[in-house]
Design a protein around this ligand. Structure first.
Ligand SMILES: *[C@@H]1O[C@H](CO)[C@@H](O)[C@H](O)[C@H]1NC(C)=O
Ligand SMILES: *[C@@H]1O[C@H](CO)[C@@H](O)[C@H](O)[C@H]1NC(C)=O
Ligand SMILES: *[C@@H]1O[C@H](CO)[C@@H](O)[C@H](O)[C@H]1NC(C)=O
Ligand SMILES: *[C@@H]1O[C@H](CO)[C@@H](O)[C@H](O)[C@H]1NC(C)=O
Length: 408
């Protein structure tokens, strides 16, 4: 009891401190953002403390908190919601109830959570997917891929690929009344990583080439080669996503060894022999001038980790480290980036690289945007920004699935 009160008191003091830290001026609903940012920072510090005294692991604090927001599959007047397994992987389906003369589009939804927490069953995502299914008269498949550190690279990707390939079988498409010319994938944050990877894998697989009509990447993480891009420097302390937490959690997808986390923090995690990858993520070449500001390009330092992690040079971890020949056939792409986001530049670099090889890209940059807002669309953490992001990508989908889309 004494320990709990101490912890609580300690958290309150920290919270009071963090909540008054300055945030960028143009952020809307600043007190809500401050509140959430402070909450995340306190959680991170308390989690570090608990981990150090051996009570619970850092990431377990985050994954436990996320489960509080899980919802049951509850159908409403418009949408039937069902939890199922496809190839033993849990999925949540949103099936429009209204009668339709034509076949429906299908949208796969891949949630974020730095590969270690979260679920498409969380209230914010559940609302969005239900709303989207109704608005677009589309079938939505939320994928609950396995999480790290229990299941490490490439488990999350394998699960997404399995579910999507399963669903793309003729008999499954027929069962759900899907128009196979209108299939897209949507993912946010680390779900954006998985979306970009699945899209690349399918597009470069002769059996699945051209099966995906469009990909939607919402503030995606797209590389783990260089952790010192301008946005990593400018938003080291957040808001919402900050350097220590992001790198600590993300490194668990590759290894629980804290040496990897420590090396990645210093941008010294890449192995000898991987220098040829730098040019593929070189922000000095790919960022528009206005984002370079006065930053000076420095190369990541090689060979400071004496354990070798093949995942770090694997194109199934970082969508940005493939060469142009693997990017040029990618389908129609929508990328949303936020100005005040630690991983902003990953998305900006992908926009440039895709456009350089002629992929049709719609880029939506939100000047007052912050990372993670799409998940904050349900009380008590409700941000209007999250709904605006939803409206932006859903209208893009509507336009490209129906108006500009082919109809069969
Ligand atoms: C059902 O759809 C109608 C028309 O789009 C909408 O006005 C109504 O709010 C929807 N109901 C729910 C529970 O979302
Ligand atoms: C990165 O880009 C800059 C500017 O184009 C260039 O000077 C530098 O050599 C590049 N470095 C690597 C490793 O690609
Ligand atoms: C890594 O190298 C350092 C110094 O060379 C050594 O002390 C340490 O034990 C090594 N760690 C592993 C995991 O090999
Ligand atoms: C692109 O990558 C593929 C596979 O990694 C490789 O075989 C090919 O030579 C590369 N092409 C160029 C132009 O570097």
């Amino acid at each position: 009891m004494g320990f709990k009160s101490l912890c609580f008191g300690f958290s309150c003091v920290l919270f009071a401190y963090f909540v008054y830290l300055p945030i960028p001026e143009n952020i809307e609903e600043p007190w809500k953002v401050r509140f959430m940012d402070a909450l995340i920072k306190v959680t991170s510090l308390v989690a570090t403390l608990l981990e150090n005294i051996g009570i619970v692991k850092y990431e377990e604090v985050f994954s436990t908190l996320a489960t509080v927001h899980f919802t049951k599959p509850i159908s409403d007047e418009n949408i039937t919601v069902i939890d199922k397994n496809f190839r033993d992987i849990p999925v949540r389906l949103y099936l429009p109830k209204r009668k339709s003369e034509r076949q429906r589009p299908a949208i796969f939804f891949i949630h974020g959570g730095v590969f270690v927490f979260g679920s498409c069953k969380m209230a914010g995502y559940d609302d969005i997917n239900r709303w989207t299914a109704n608005k677009l008269d589309a079938v939505i498949v939320g994928i609950d891929y396995r999480l790290a550190p229990q299941y490490q690279f490439p488990a999350a990707l394998e699960d997404c690929v399995l579910v999507i390939k399963f669903f793309l079988q003729d008999k499954v498409l027929a069962e759900y009344g899907i128009d196979q010319t209108r299939i897209c994938i949507v993912g946010e944050s680390s779900g954006g990583t998985l979306t970009a990877l699945v899209t690349q894998l399918l597009q470069n697989d002769p059996e699945f080439k051209d099966r995906i009509k469009a990909q939607v990447l919402i503030y995606p993480v797209l590389q783990s080669v260089d952790t010192f891009l301008p946005s990593h420097r400018e938003y080291e302390h957040g808001p919402i996503l900050f350097r220590k937490m992001a790198i600590k959690l993300a490194s668990l997808y590759v290894s629980e060894d804290t040496a990897l986390f420590q090396a990645a923090l210093r941008n010294e995690h890449m192995p000898e022999g991987s220098r040829h990858l730098f040019k593929l993520v070189n922000w000095s070449d790919f960022l528009p001038e206005k984002y370079k500001k006065n930053h000076v390009y420095t190369e990541p330092i090689l060979g400071n980790l004496n354990v070798s992690y093949p995942a770090l040079v694997d194109t199934r971890l970082s969508p940005l480290i493939v060469n142009d020949s693997q990017l040029q056939n990618l389908p129609l792409t929508y990328i949303l980036t936020c100005e005040h986001d630690f991983i902003r530049d990953d998305g900006l670099i992908y926009v440039t690289r895709l456009r350089n090889v002629g992929v049709r890209v719609t880029h939506d940059h939100i000047e007052e945007g912050i990372h993670g807002a799409l998940a904050f669309t349900r009380a008590p953490v409700f941000l209007h920004l999250g709904l605006r992001m939803r409206d932006n990508y859903v209208s893009w989908l509507e336009e490209n699935l129906y108006i500009n889309g082919t109809c069969h």
